[in-house]
Structure formats: structure tokens, C-alpha cells
Design a protein around this ligand. Structure first.
Ligand code: SF4
Ligand code: SF4
Length: 482
């Protein structure tokens, strides 16, 4: 394999075959031999292969025919122009690790870490490569067998094992952050310019920190909200983990909108973090533990549907069976039964005779497709259908709406530089629309887009689709952008 930075030279397969004499491509067309590349004169790196546990499987990566149609859909490839940071290049590296030709080391980890897991490549791929599965299992191997340097490993452990799954700790941290934000201390620090002395990245990451919204939505756990009229559906609302603290208003709006559509909304007390961030980080054992708790809690309630307003959570909730298909066949069946009832709130509403009793909202708006709604769940028309039903709302299509905004879970924190580049490109596209209202359907995207708006000259509101529906249901008149 050539040095990083120039791996894609071939017109067809695209891998780095700059010095073709040093390589031989097997003539066999049968996978896995068809992707066999044997070094003739260069010593292969020390064999490593994957260790026991979940790893990228031939069954999935062999579907890749190296056509390259995914390249221009991939945000990291578009930004860097490097094959190693493209879907095809990453799949190639996964294969090389399996064959023991590339160590499961720093270089591999860097290219796999730089992937947003946005799954735009799945939409583009004519061969049906389930890239998300591949990258998540590659990360499972990294998580098991690669020792991350410095304090990063410890911080990851605390975040994923001791913070996200622990509601009480999250609440305490949320309260501290709320005090920090409300007391004026945050403003004083920002105005003092002290952050200029710190690495630029820290200042940018601080701008991304979510605003805490008191009262936290955790106070609503265990409650039941009844609709005004007849009960058409009995649904359970999935509240999220960080969303309980930072998106309490969004969660409240979601519950109100569901109630206005004839839902009795139960907010199960025993629910917890969905494990989406764990799955994306390859921390699958913990994700399974969290999934089991949620599956038991929601299935036992005898609900018609389980509703979420977070595309990232919804995507993982719908893919819970993947966590159990090989590891726990018995529980796999329960996971499938659970998944069958999961709906994104926009998907649910567009799928029923939704209440169209909206007031007019006069605003020019644009909609950003969250990756885990569009690419992962293939839900694109539902949010647009709902928005089209609001009188007065002018919806302008956003160019490249399906290109990741750079949020991608905690990607904007851990891979801040790339996330910033993507956000900048996204805000340029938003500017082209002339919209004063940016709509999306995922809390992570809301944070990222709000950070983009905060640093732009033009002030705009950034709302979840369901928040706008909530406004349109509210009595009274007036423009949406106040
Ligand atoms: S589009 Fe699909 S088959 Fe083609 S290179 Fe990309 S992942 Fe492979
Ligand atoms: S998931 Fe997104 S960033 Fe990762 S390879 Fe696919 S398109 Fe590129």
C-alpha cells in the first residue's frame, strides 16, 4: 500500500497501484480472491488481522465492486480528495487488516475515525454495501484491540460508561452546566478573551456545547399525556439521554404534537440512553446492555408505536437486532419485535391522517436532511409533507441537503476541524436559499447548525420540524420567525 494521501490512482479500482510492478491482482473473479492484492517486492506489514469479537465480515465487504460511485457522496473524500478517506478506501483498509497486511494501528484508526458514519455512501452505492455495519464493526475491533494514546482513552471510558448511561450523573452535570451558563460566568469567560490563549479548537468546541434547558425533561419521565379527544394511538415516547437536558423544549413540543394527533403519550420511566453513540464508537457490549433495557421497558408496555424525534437515536433503535443477531439469538427476536414499532416522529405523523389544523406561519424556510434520517432510515418525504401542510410557509430546497453538516454524534467535538469545514460548506448552501428559518429533524444537527448561525452575520432560527408544527398548532397568529 502506498503512503497515505495518494492511495487512489487507478481508474477502475482506485487503489494505490502507482507502482504496478510491485503488485499482482488476482485474476479470479470470485470473492474474496477478486480483491486479492499480493505484494511481490514490498515486505508486508506485520500480520495482525482482527481479534475475536465483531469485525467487518466478508459477507458485507465483498459486495463492494470498487466502482467508486460513492466517492463524491462522501463528505470526507469531497473535502480531502484522498482515497483512504473515502468509503471504498476505508473498505479496502478493512480488508487489508483482516488479511494481516495492514496493522490495526494508528493509520487505520485515523482513517476509520475520520469517517462520519453518515452513510451517504449507502445511498450512493449501486451494490447495496451496508457500509454502516462495516465501519461500526471495524470500530468494535479498534475499541477492543487498539490502545488509544493519552488521556483520550480515559475520557472516552468515562463518557461512554459512566456518564451517558447514568441519568443521575447526567442530571448533575446538566445542572452544573446550567448554572455556568445562567450565572453569567460563561459570558464573562467568552468576553474576557481568555479563550484566545487556549487552542482554537477548544474555543470552537465550547461554542458547540448545548444550552441546558430547565426544567429538564427527566422530570417528565413516568408521565402520561392524554389527547383532548379520542385516543387513536397509544404511543411511548423515547426521550433520549442528553436531550432530556438540552432539548427539553423540543421533547415537550413533540409530546404536545403527538397529543394533538390523538396519541396518548406515555414517557416510560425506565428508559435510558439508546446506545447510538456507543454503536458509532464501536462500544457494542455497552450498547447491547442499553438496548436490552430499552427493549424490555418499551415492549412490556403494550404500546402501538415507540416514537423518537432524534434521527440518530431512531436509526440505532431500528437496528437493535444487529446487536443481537450473532451474539444473542434468543434476544434477537425481541429486538426485531421492538424495532417493528419504532417510528421517527415525522414518519409517524406523515403516515397517519395527521391533524392539519395549522395557523399560517409566514416564513421562508429550508430543510436539512439529517444523515440518519435520510441515508440510514430512508425518510425524506415525511418531513417535507408535514411542512408543506403549514399555510404560508415557503419551503426552499437546500442544495446538497443530504451532505452531512458535520455534527455526526460527537464527531464535531472529536474531529472538530473536518466538522468545521463541513459546517462552513453547509452554511454557504443555506445562504443561497435566502431562508430565515432552518429546519431539520435531529438534535445533533440542531446544535451544529445553531453554531453555524451564531457565527454568521445573518441571524436565523434553527428548529426541529416538530417544533414548527407545534408553533403552527398553537393558537394566535404571527410569523414563525419571532
Ligand atoms: S459505490 Fe459501493 S460498490 Fe462502489 S466503491 Fe462505493 S462501496 Fe464499493
Ligand atoms: S459514512 Fe459518510 S464519511 Fe463515512 S465513508 Fe460513508 S459517506 Fe464517507
Amino acid at each position: 500500500m502506498g503512503p497515505e494521501g495518494n492511495p487512489c490512482a487507478g481508474p477502475v479500482c482506485g487503489f494505490n497501484l502507482r507502482d504496478e510492478e510491485k503488485f499482482r491482482i488476482s485474476e479470479s473473479s470470485r470473492a474474496p480472491e477478486m480483491i486479492e492484492i499480493q505484494e511481490k517486492t514490498i515486505a508486508a506489514p506485520a500480520p495482525s488481522g482482527y481479534g475475536p469479537g465483531e469485525a467487518p465480515q466478508w459477507e458485507f465487504y465483498s459486495k463492494c465492486i470498487h466502482c467508486g460511485l460513492c466517492l463524491n457522496a462522501c463528505p470526507t473524500y469531497r473535502e480531502l480528495g484522498l482515497e483512504m478517506d473515502s468509503p471504498r478506501g476505508r473498505i479496502y483498509q478493512m480488508i487489508q487488516v483482516e488479511r494481516g497486511r495492514l496493522p490495526l494501528g494508528e493509520s487505520f484508526v485515523q482513517h476509520i475515525d475520520s469517517c462520519l458514519d453518515c452513510r451517504a455512501c449507502e445511498t450512493a452505492c449501486p451494490s447495496g454495501v451496508e457500509y454502516g455495519r462495516l465501519v461500526e464493526s471495524a470500530r468494535a475491533q479498534i475499541n477492543r484491540y487498539y490502545v488509544r494514546p493519552g488521556i483520550g482513552r480515559r475520557l472516552r471510558h468515562i463518557f461512554f460508561h459512566h456518564l451517558l448511561p447514568d441519568r443521575q450523573r447526567l442530571d448533575h452535570l446538566g445542572t452544573l452546566l446550567w448554572l455556568f451558563q445562567k450565572s453569567g460566568l460563561e459570558t464573562a469567560i467568552l468576553k474576557s478573551g481568555i479563550l484566545k490563549l487556549l487552542p482554537k479548537r477548544l474555543e470552537r468546541v465550547m461554542a458547540l456545547s448545548p444550552r441546558m434547558e430547565k426544567p429538564f425533561f427527566t422530570k417528565r419521565l413516568g408521565k402520561v399525556v392524554k389527547p383532548d379527544g379520542e385516543v387513536r394511538y397509544r404511543v411511548a415516547f423515547f426521550a433520549g439521554c442528553i436531550a432530556n437536558l438540552a432539548f427539553a423544549r423540543l421533547n415537550d413540543a413533540t409530546v404536545r404534537v403527538l397529543a394533538r394527533n390523538g396519541c396518548e403519550v406515555v414517557i416510560p420511566e425506565a428508559q435510558g440512553c439508546c446506545g447510538a453513540l456507543h454503536v458509532h464508537a464501536g462500544i457494542r457490549d455497552k450498547a447491547r446492555e442499553l438496548a436490552k433495557q430499552n427493549i424490555q421497558t418499551f415492549l412490556d408496555g403494550g404500546f402501538d408505536y415507540f416514537i423518537t424525534n432524534a434521527a440518530g437515536c431512531g436509526s440505532v433503535l431500528k437496528e437493535y437486532p444487529l446487536l443481537f443477531e450473532h451474539e444473542d439469538r434468543e434476544f434477537y427476536e425481541r429486538a426485531c419485535a421492538f424495532t417493528a414499532k419504532v417510528r421517527d416522529v415525522t414518519e409517524f405523523l406523515a403516515g397517519i391522517e395527521f391533524n392539519r389544523n395549522f395557523r399560517a406561519l409566514r416564513a421562508r424556510a429550508t430543510y436539512q436532511d439529517p444523515c440518519h434520517l435520510g441515508h440510514a432510515q430512508r425518510i425524506r418525504s415525511a418531513p417535507r409533507q408535514l411542512l408543506a401542510a403549514i399555510p404560508g410557509l415557503e419551503l426552499v430546497e437546500l442544495k446538497e441537503s443530504e451532505v452531512c453538516c458535520g455534527s455526526a454524534g460527537i464527531y464535531n467535538v472529536v474531529q472538530n476541524e473536518m466538522a468545521e469545514r463541513l459546517l462552513k460548506a453547509k452554511m454557504q448552501r443555506v445562504d443561497e436559499t435566502g431562508a430565515e428559518l432552518i429546519l431539520t429533524a435531529n438534535p445533533g444537527c440542531l446544535l451544529q447548525l445553531r453554531a453555524g448561525v451564531a457565527r454568521s452575520k445573518r441571524k436565523r432560527r434553527v428548529l426541529h420540524v416538530v417544533e414548527l408544527l407545534d408553533e403552527a398548532y398553537a393558537s394566535g397568529t404571527g410569523p414563525a420567525d419571532k
